[in-house]
Design a protein around this ligand. Structure first.
Ligand code: NAD
Ligand code: DAU
Length: 350
C-alpha cells in the first residue's frame, strides 16, 4: 500500500500517469492535486471518476496550508511532481507565473515533504518530472546526457532548471530521497492545442494557417506520452534514489517534417486530395531565443532500468491524429471552459 500524491494529474502527461498508476496499482491510493488552470481539465480522467483508489483535490501546489493538509489527511509517502506551467511561448510573455508554480510550487512541495517525513525518510520518495530543455540547445551534433551542464535559455526552462536545483539541494542538505527525470517532447492524446502537434491537427481540420516558426528547421525528439508514463512508472519503482534519468523517444524530426507528416495523415483520414493542406503552411516570425535542437542520450535508462520506448513514431503519430479526429468534442469542451461547470458537478458527487 502506498499513498502517492501526483501533482498536475489533470494535464496532458499527468493524466496518463494518473491513469496508469490507478489501473496498474489497485492497492495504491492516488491523490491527484491539480489547480485546473487553462491546461488542466477533468475530461482527461472521466474514466477514473468511480475508481475507489483515486481522489482528486482541486488546488494550487503553492498553497502551504492545503499541501500540508493533504500530506496529513492521506499520509502521503511519495510525490510525483508534474504540476507546472509548461508552454515556452507563454513563459516569454509572462515569466512570473512560471517562477510561481515551477519554482515556489516545487519548493513548497519539497518543504512540506521534508517536514512531514523528517522522522523517517525510509520508503519515501520525491520524484520530480523535468524537461530536457534545462540543458539548453544543441547544434546538429551531439546529445544531452545526465552529465550535461545546465544551460537553460527560456524563462520556462530557467524555471524548470531552478526547480531541479532545489530538488537536488533538498537531497544534499536534508537527505530527502529524490529522483529526477528529464524528458524530451511528448505527443499523443489529451495535449492542449497550443503545442505544435495538436495545434497543427486542429488547424488542418479547420483549414486554418499552420504557423511554422522561423525556417522550420528546429529539431525536437518526440516521445509518445504513454511511453513517458511507463518510464515514470519504471523510474518511480526501480530508479536509484538521488539519481537523474534522461528519457527520450529516439525520434528526432525537424518541425517542418512534423508539419508535413501531419498534413499527409490528416488529409488521408479526411479523404481530402493528397497534400492539399500544404497550402496552409505559413512561415511566421521565429520564437524569441528559439532553441535549435534537443536530442537525448537514453543509454543510462536503457542500461540501468532496461527501459526504452515501445511506440514507433510513425505508428504513434497516426494514432494521435486519429484520436484528435475522433475526439473533436473533447477539444471543444476544453477550449470553451465548460470543464469548470463539469468540475462543480464532479466535485459535488464525491
Ligand atoms: P500541461 O501544461 O499539459 O499540464 C500541467 C498541469 O499542471 C495542468 O493540469 C495544470 O492545471 C496543472 N497546474 C499548473 N499550475 C499548477 C499549480 N500551481 N498547482 C497545481 N496544479 C497546477 O503540462 P504537461 O505537458 O503535461 O507537462 C507535465 C510536466 O512534464 C511538466 O512539469 C513539464 O515541465 C514536464 N515535461 C513536459 C514535456 C512535454 O513535452 N509536454 C516534456 C518533458 C517534461
Ligand atoms: O523538450 C521538452 C519540452 O517540449 C517540454 O518541456 C515543454 O513543456 C513542451 O511544451 C515542449 O516544448 P517545445 O517548445 O519544444 O514545444 P512546442 O510544441 O511549443 O514547440 C515545438 C516546436 O515547434 C518548437 O521548435 C517551436 C515550434 N512551433 C511551435 C508552435 C506552437 C512552431 O513552429 N509553431 C507553433 O505554432
Amino acid at each position: 500500500m502506498r499513498n502517492v500524491l501526483i501533482t498536475g494529474g489533470a494535464g496532458f502527461i499527468g493524466s496518463h500517469v494518473v491513469r496508469l498508476f490507478v489501473k496498474k496499482y489497485p492497492n495504491y491510493h492516488i491523490i491527484n492535486l491539480d489547480a485546473l488552470t487553462y491546461a488542466g481539465n477533468l475530461y482527461n480522467l472521466e474514466d477514473l471518476e468511480s475508481a475507489s483508489n483515486y481522489t482528486f483535490v482541486k488546488g494550487d501546489i503553492c498553497d502551504e496550508v492545503l499541501v500540508h493538509e493533504i500530506f496529513q489527511k492521506y499520509e502521503i509517502d511519495s510525490v510525483i511532481n508534474l504540476a507546472a506551467e509548461s508552454h515556452v511561448d507563454r513563459s516569454i510573455s509572462d515569466p512570473f507565473s512560471f517562477v510561481k508554480t515551477n519554482v515556489f510550487g516545487t519548493l513548497n512541495l519539497l518543504e512540506t515533504a521534508k517536514n512531514y517525513w523528517k522522522e523517517d525518510f525510509s520508503k519515501k520518495l520525491f520524484y520530480h518530472v523535468s524537461t530536457d530543455e534545462v540543458y539548453g540547445s544543441l547544434s546538429s551534433e551531439g546529445f544531452f546526457t545526465e552529465a550535461t551542464s545546465y544551460n537553460p535559455k527560456s524563462p520556462y526552462s530557467a524555471s524548470k532548471a531552478s526547480s531541479d536545483h532545489f530538488v537536488r539541494a533538498f537531497a544534499n542538505t536534508y537527505g530527502l530521497p529524490i529522483v529526477i527525470s528529464n524528458c524530451s517532447n511528448n505527443y499523443g492524446p489529451n495535449q492542449f492545442p497550443e503545442k505544435l502537434i495538436p495545434l497543427c491537427i486542429h488547424n488542418i481540420c479547420e483549414n486554418k494557417p499552420i504557423p511554422v516558426y522561423g525556417n522550420g528547421q528546429n529539431v525536437r525528439d518526440w516521445l509518445y506520452v504513454e511511453d513517458h508514463a511507463s518510464a515514470i512508472d519504471t523510474i518511480f519503482h526501480r530508479g536509484k534514489v538521488n539519481e537523474t534519468y534522461n528519457v527520450g523517444g529516439i525520434s528526432e524530426r525537424t518541425n517542418i517534417e512534423i508539419v508535413e507528416k501531419l498534413i499527409e495523415i490528416t488529409d488521408t483520414l479526411l479523404e481530402r486530395e493528397k497534400g492539399v493542406s500544404k497550402s496552409l503552411i505559413t512561415y511566421v516570425t521565429d520564437r524569441a531565443g528559439h532553441d535549435f535542437r534537443y536530442a537525448i542520450d537514453t543509454s543510462k535508462i536503457e542500461r540501468d532500468l532496461n527501459w526504452k520506448p515501445s511506440m514507433s513514431f510513425d505508428k504513434g503519430i497516426e494514432q494521435t491524429v486519429r484520436w484528435y479526429l475522433e475526439n473533436q468534442t473533447w477539444l471543444e469542451k476544453i477550449t470553451d471552459g465548460s470543464y469548470k461547470d463539469y468540475y462543480k458537478t464532479f466535485a459535488s458527487k464525491k
